[in-house]
Design a protein around this ligand. Sequence first.
Ligand code: GLC
Length: 445
Amino acid sequence: MRKLVIPLLLLGLIFTGCSDKQITQREVSLKLPEEKSEWFKEAKFGMFIHWGLYSILEGSYNGHTMPDTSFANGNSWYAEWIKPRLEVPDDVYNALAGQFNPVNYDPDSWVREAKNAGMKYLVITSKHHDGFALWDSEVSDFDIMNTPYGKDLIAPLVEACKKYGLKYGFYYSHWQDWEDPDGALPRWCEWRDDEAFERYWQRKSLPQVQELIEKFDPDLLWFDTWDWKTHITPERRDELIRLVRTYSDKCLINGRICYENPGDNIDFLEMHDNSYPKEMLSKPWQTPATMQNSWAYHGKDYNWKPASRMLRYLVNNTSMGGNYLLNVGPKADGTLPAPAVRRLREMGAWLDVNGEAVFGSEPSGLAMPDGVYSTRKETSEGKNLYLFLTRPMASVTVPAVLSGECKVVETGQPVEMTVVEDETEITLPENLFKDDSIIVLKCRL
Ligand code: GLC
């Protein structure tokens, strides 16, 4: 809802660089001290939430369901992209605001599901590429206040995160905005000339980011560009970083603020969707990942990943110092899809028993055979080495001399070890693999 016209005009001045504020801005360091990212490195597991007007359509429009190759750009499962991909006209799409009424929204239960799953932070799409804001925005009328629901969706979610001790952040589409007359469009559409984009940037993108920080004090901001040509030059990237640093001394920024050229001042790297690096990275990092093929809820996308596979991605990332940001796409009425909830609970049950090998751990740095991941942890009892066995095997050889006892975390079952020179061979009893979930061993280094 637009209320503050004068402050916005002032903002324009501030960020086009002709007011006293510039002095303040130059004094702000673009880099946050590294210790501010410590919580993120320790978090390991977070919940991503894609929710907006597109959730109403559930991946289908006018008798067509994504992916649909009868449209030039229809070959995608991503239901939040339905507008340009299934060519929904602007007025039809934007009128969905008149239907959005998530009467069953219960942010407390969302956050409880996240917490019970073992997740330590949550990131929600405050505004996706369609331009629609889930909060009461004074910058744009294309927001939740102009829906039958008419109440801010972000504020109570933030409250619930605080109540349950989760960090929280916002996905904000700073570059693409399909509703704003000057916002960037998909690459197969018109390319905004720089002057037009600059108008959007000053009028909507920067002011809304400032608004999000001032209203909600997020722990991180999740910007989105990938390897297309974008309008986000290094100057704009730094202008946005400067804005965030000016209004927050804690808010982390992801590398997708400018995927091709994130620079040195971002706080963590964002992998491509569902992609898992093969080597250690110099900065903190995470993989954003889907449970279905789509991010937003897609009623006909039955490609739900099993919890066991998602746990494997999680431990793969943990063993290389990265986080796993697992997405849930709520339905338009505000409920979480049953397949998502079941998977979250299964993952939480596994982590309840095996979480000591994930939380508070770091990569072991030891080369492991295929299908085995490892972490290490200093405890009051000594140095622990954890092995995650993701497939049946008769033995595993660890390139280190292990001492003391080695046992299965869940059951306490001891396993035999033989040290040969500088390696240890661990013999694995067959009965271990009657259970096809990941088996965790705890050994002493
Ligand atoms: C891509 C998609 C977007 C999704 C994001 C999540 O950038 O465009 O729809 O939000 O990935 O990682």
